[in-house]
Ligand binder design. Sequence first.
Ligand code: ATP
Ligand code: MG
Length: 329
Amino acid sequence: QSRSLSGIQATSDSLHLGNYIGALQQFVEQQDTHDAFFFIANMHAITVEQDPTELRDRTLRTAAQFLGAGLDPEKSTIFVQSHIPAHAQLSWVLECLTGLGEAQRMTQFKDKAGKNEHVSLGLLTYPALMAADILLYQADVVPVGEDQRQHLELTRNLAERFNHRYGQTFTVPEPGILKETAKIYDLQDPTAKMSKSAPSPAGRIDILDEPKVLAKKFKSAVTDNDTVIAYDPEGKPGVSNLLTIYSAFSGTPIPGVVAEFDGKMYGHLKVALADLAVESLRPVRERTQELLNDPAELARMLHIGADKAAAIAETTIREVYERVGFLSR
Ligand code: ATP
Ligand code: MG
């Protein structure tokens, strides 16, 4: 069975629609078709400053949302990145194979470095840690949003570089990026990706938002000056984003959604979308809240996941250390 692996950072109390539609929904589908590994990236989270209490809390909250969205610990291996020391160990080896210029060219680094006053080395080496996350488990496919395509390309290059220099060790992974939902945009600024780290939450739909808050955000979404509902990401990014989200929740391909709203007004689309999103996310929110009432059970589940992940990660790191010439103890 093909192995699928991906992670989400523990950088917010709630995941947003981009994480949900671009990544988490794919995770849930793949647990039935793949040997699936999904983790909470708390090590990536500290590439920008985090409050320790908040980070711990958000790690559990992210785990609860994984399960709330339908991940099943019986089917998938669900774990916390920092529970597996081999991520940091392999990351170091891969950093030493990465060019400085190569890392500096990553658009996520340039974006985040531009937005943060203090730029850590970790922000620069983020993609080497991400490559380690993936290569440790010999993943075949990595379901992510479009924003991670460049990092995945680097991961593939690093896998090939290592294999070439030290002998066949790593599987070279394929990106699992769905064309239509790969990038969900901010509702207030439909040229920017919806992001946990966006300065204002107004354009971000959090999957744990109260129904009223959610409806309000959809209703105040930025559209454009004419009034025709059409799918045109270049010319009409706001409406097109709403159509994409509607399509993702309803399962109707975009042309079908456009036909459904033909001749109707923007307001009509926004109300229908708000209703659909509220109903679709209600069970996710309710299950997540229930799970959060029992943090000990969540921790137990993560412990089991860590044991399963560690078995594979340790085998890989042992082989890597051997190949690079580290003396065995
Ligand atoms: P941050 O702003 O802190 O980087 P983020 O919103 O980008 O947070 P991540 O944890 O970095 O969230 O990403 C988790 C997953 O969600 C990745 O697979 C990423 O590609 C995907 N993702 C993030 N934002 C979007 C989006 N707007 N549309 C589709 N997928 C997204
Ligand atoms: Mg991100």
